[in-house]
Design a binder for this molecule. Structure first.
Ligand code: TPP
Length: 573
């Protein structure tokens, strides 16, 4: 084609790298998290000219980039974007991909790859990232020709965000990044022949589900992140409020309704609240919405809600009847199915049934919550730190947690007023998630206060991301609940391995000095009388702040469903 013809057709000759960045801009991407290297250098070179449109956050490790992109996606509802080089750059993303796929987080990762003619030759920093990441991506693809970039990127974003969201990895060989081609513009993808992200709702199933709910005396809703991912919070409220149905959340569903909603029944699962776990095995109809019956939620499957009729609303057909056999399954987007169901259910109150939740809540309050939040011993407890934090932020903050005891305590006690406020690694349980995820969460929701609650073990797994905070100047608050142990493992060793503490005591550096070395303000508080003042100082500080809180060392998290037990065998102590 001659240059004049190209102009007439609005065609421009650009490099693969430029077309990639233009694709990102067309997808509305303004923030990306990444780390450069040899095989991705042409993209970084092109980025030099795009820095006014795309803010690149230079992390300190590629794992930090993908967790930050996950935090960004979870706080904003948008797709997170990561750029990394080939070889170790790509393999450092694998944990985050595993995390994102199990927690249904939309992320698009772009990795560089060696020149196409070197593929398979064990070239420097060559690794078969496509085969490595196949099980932990919703889709992955290797581009060897620049002309493919626009259409493949459009497909990548569509697949990542649609249906049940998830991570996509696009590997681009260096020659394709450099290659010039005739770019005809970018077209977003909204349809793929072989992919049905939004199954059509079967109205008969809706009618059947409504009949069962209308006949129920003790209906119970258990919901997951599907409500948040489907932007169906309003539809969900209408449903539970019309039906007068108590609703409990999985760790991933948390914050879809306010924690103080009159129908809020608390958190399900191994360290969830007492009432929802016990009453799972007392309800007559269990309505599961956008959740996947994870084993941490079901406990012993053979004894899970056997007395109840099970209704399951989920967008992913693979989840239906996977772990729990349903009476009626409605496959589809709950933003569509919930209004249809709400229309057909009767307005009810179920006062006596709600009273049962209240009764058990009081039991948990007396045996578990009060002693933990108002301890008599001098050491601080995790529970009282979160209680005090609640008094200050009043449900307004985004709380990001790592993995372990502090995660369970925080998720049980933290208050939320808005959706997308609880960000944690639910399915994979990835220690090291919280610090980078909090950085990303702040970019995803810049006006909100972001507080990361992290254990001393998990903090040391991605501590290097303090460098990212230093460089980009992001404002996050970090609370390290330091119990001197890999607490959750220690708890299991205490309870199930006769207190044989094997390799779980972990030492810490002086975190405040470490923060200061990175130019981040910090303080340490171990005295109850000044805990609130210290938390207040952290919240009101302009810029990032690290607060180390030494807490009681051998504290156990209860309630707890011991592994292999049924949900109603949950123990309060
Ligand atoms: C990457 C990774 N390695 C190991 C584990 C297993 N694990 C789960 S909780 C935990 C202890 C966490 O300790 P810490 O971060 O100090 O938090 P705490 O439980 O004390 O609150 C460990 C080692 C994990 N979840 N993730």
């Amino acid at each position: 084609m001659r240059a004049t013809d190209a102009l007439r057709m609005n065609t421009r000759v650009v490099s693969g790298s430029v077309s990639l960045l233009e694709a990102l801009i067309h997808e509305g991407v303004d923030t990306i998290f990444g780390y450069p290297g040899g095989a991705i250098m042409p993209v970084y070179d092109a980025l030099y000219d795009f820095h006014h449109q795309i803010n690149h956050i230079l992390v300190r490790h590629e794992q930090g980039a993908i967790h930050a992109a996950q935090g960004f996606a979870r706080s904003s509802g948008k797709t997170g974007v990561v750029i990394a080089t080939s070889g170790p750059g790509g393999t450092n993303l694998v944990t985050g991909l595993g995390d994102a796929i199990i927690d249904s987080t939309p992320v698009v990762c772009i990795t560089g790859q060696v020149y196409a003619h070197l593929l398979g030759s064990d070239a420097f920093q060559e690794t078969d990232i496509i085969n490595i990441t196949a099980p932990v991506t919703k889709w992955n693809y290797q581009i060897v020709d620049a002309a493919e970039i626009p259409a493949v990127l459009a497909k990548a974003f569509y697949i990542a965000r649609s249906g049940r969201p998830g991570p996509v990895l696009i590997d681009i060989t260096k020659n394709a990044q450099l290659q010039k081609f005739e770019f005809n513009g970018y077209e977003k993808c909204e349809f793929l022949d072989s992919y049905d992200p939004k199954p059509e709702i079967d109205r008969e199933k809706i009618r059947e589900a409504a009949r069962i709910i209308n006949a129920a005396k003790k209906p119970f809703v258990v919901f997951g992140q599907g409500v948040i991912l489907g932007n169906a919070e309003r539809e969900f409220h209408r449903f539970i409020e019309k039906g007068g149905i108590p609703a409990a959340w999985t760790i991933m569903g948390m914050s879809a309704i306010r924690t103080d909603h009159p129908l809020a029944a608390g958190m399900l699962g191994m360290h969830g609240n007492y009432a929802p776990n016990v009453l799972t095995n007392e309800c007559d109809v269990l309505i599961a919405i956008g959740m996947r019956f994870d084993d941490r939620v079901t406990g012993k499957l053979e004894k899970y809600a056997k007395q109840a009729k099970i209704i399951h609303l989920d967008i992913d057909a693979a989840e239906i009847d996977k772990n729990v056999k349903t009476t009626v399954a409605v496959c589809g987007d709950c933003k569509e199915s919930l209004p249809l169901l709400t229309e057909l259910i009767e307005r009810k109150e179920h006062a006596a049934w709600l009273g049962r939740f209240h009764e058990l809540r009081m039991e948990e309050e007396e045996i578990c919550i009060q002693p933990e939040q108002n301890p008599v011993h001098p050491e601080l407890t995790m529970g009282e730190v979160i209680k005090t934090l609640n008094e200050l932020v009043r449900g307004e903050a985004i709380i990001v947690t790592d993995v372990g005891q502090h995660q369970m305590v925080t998720c049980r006690y933290a208050k939320y007023n808005y959706s997308k406020s609880n960000i944690t690694s639910g399915g994979l349980g990835t220690m090291g998630f919280a610090l980078p995820a909090a950085i990303g969460a702040k970019y995803g929701a810049p006006r909100r206060t972001v507080i990361a609650i992290i254990g001393d073990g998990g903090f040391q797994m991605t501590i290097q991301e303090l460098g990212t905070i230093m460089q980009c100047g992001v404002d996050i608050k970090i609370v390290i609940l330091n119990n001197g142990f890999l607490g959750m493992v220690r708890q299991w060793q205490e309870l199930f391995h006769q207190k044989r503490y094997s390799c779980v005591d972990i030492s810490s550096p002086d975190y405040v000095k470490v923060a200061l070395a990175y130019g981040i303000a910090g303080a340490k508080v171990s005295d109850r009388s000044v805990l609130k003042a210290a938390l207040k100082q952290m919240i009101h500080h302009k810029g990032s702040f690290l607060l180390e809180v030494p807490v009681k060392q051998e504290e156990n998290v209860f309630p707890m469903i011991p592994q292999g037990c049924a949900v109603n065998e949950v123990r309060l102590k």
